[in-house]
Design a protein around this ligand. Structure first.
Ligand SMILES: [Zn+2]
Ligand SMILES: [Zn+2]
Length: 258
């Protein structure tokens, strides 16, 4: 299914234009110079502007496995790893000997394609409607339909806190779990914003209040590390607190063997 970027109509995969409104499903205009660019392209061929759709990928694997830039993260060859610094994926601080956690940026080569996670969540909504079991919880349903454990804290908390990034896609295969979230790597650091002369006392207090309410939920869910890493604390365009990702506290982090 290709979801029209203009009217959200769901078109069959072989369509080049939206059946309802006629918008192109293969190309878009470059935001810098207006040249028509394929949706899968990283850069505009005319002016060189970056036109790709980028996600931040987080990947947990039980065994160490090297992944290089240019490779695809998924079997469907939709998400291609892009190189930042020297390698496509770098280890994050919540790695431990039994559970390697890696992070890197990917280009979405089929940005209008519905995500695996989107399809799973629709199934969940149907299951909930038809379920006779009124006790069915989100977590038990997520397990049943195969939503990776890595995605669950995001799904659980993102409705409550706007500062948590939305999960775009998630899947699991063998001993590997992958999630893709909004890439906030280039958003301003909270500490830089606070040092900035424009930050008012009101802004700073609002940020601290948001952190205090996150701390409560995070302490219960074993995610408090997310608030203790300076690089993880960012601000959005309106200078509200935004987390780059969630980190599991190492002591109670679940392993893939659990
Ligand atoms: Zn349309
Ligand atoms: Zn251009």
């Amino acid at each position: 299914m290709l979801v029209c970027p203009q009217c959200q109509f769901e078109n069959p995969n072989n369509h080049r234009f939206c059946q309802r409104c006629g918008t192109s499903l293969t190309h878009k205009p470059c935001h810098e110079c207006g040249t028509t660019v394929p949706l899968s392209a990283e850069n505009c061929p005319n002016c060189g502007a970056f036109t790709g759709t980028v996600w931040l990928a987080i990947l947990v694997q039980g065994q160490i496995e090297q992944q290089k830039s240019g490779e695809y993260l998924d079997l469907g060859r939709r998400y291609r790893l892009i190189e930042s610094n020297s390698s496509a994926l770098t280890e994050t601080v919540d790695s431990n000997p039994s559970r390697q956690v890696l992070r890197g940026e990917v280009i979405d080569c089929q940005p209008l394609q519905k995500s695996v996670l989107g399809i799973l969540l629709e199934q969940q909504a149907e299951l909930l409607e038809n379920s006779e079991d009124s006790q069915a919880t989100n977590t038990s349903l997520w397990q049943k339909i195969g939503i990776p454990e890595l995605a669950q804290p995001y799904l659980e908390l993102q409705e409550k806190f706007a500062s948590i990034p939305v999960v775009h896609d998630a899947w699991q295969e063998d001993k590997k779990e992958v999630i893709l979230i909004e890439d906030r790597s280039n958003w301003q650091l909270l500490t830089d914003w606070w040092k900035d002369k424009q930050a008012s006392v009101v802004d700073i207090i609002a940020g601290l209040k948001e952190m205090a309410s996150l701390w409560d939920s995070f302490a219960k869910a074993g995610l408090s590390k997310s608030l203790l890493i300076e690089d993880n604390l960012r601000v959005d365009g309106k200078h509200r607190l935004a987390l780059k990702q969630l980190y599991q506290n190492s002591s109670d982090a679940p392993t893939l063997q659990d």
